[in-house]
Design a protein around this ligand. Structure first.
Ligand code: SF4
Length: 81
């Protein structure tokens, strides 16, 4: 699971970080840092609570599994005789 961060919507309420400061990192002014957040296994519930607490809806849940295991090279097809 990951959190899609829409920085342009962030108004610096810091509610997300109040739920999970180790997941939602803020800058010195209290705005969420740029970049989507990959949620570690076991942290899904805490992360989703933090994301849903955002009054600006700047944090969107993406429950698709991370695609880090995709191969860089697609193997050639095997021809059958
Ligand atoms: S709760 Fe929403 S608006 Fe507030 S800091 Fe987090 S992302 Fe930004």
């Amino acid at each position: 699971m990951r959190i899609i961060v829409q920085n342009a919507k962030c108004q610096g309420h810091a509610r997300c970080a109040a739920h999970a400061p180790h997941i939602f990192k803020l800058d010195d002014a209290g705005y969420i840092l740029a970049g989507n957040i990959e949620v570690a296994e076991g942290e899904e519930l805490t992360a989703s609570r933090g994301a849903r607490s955002c009054p600006e809806r700047a944090l969107k849940l993406d429950r698709q599994p991370c695609s880090t295991s995709e191969p860089d090279v697609i193997p050639p097809r095997v021809r059958r005789a």
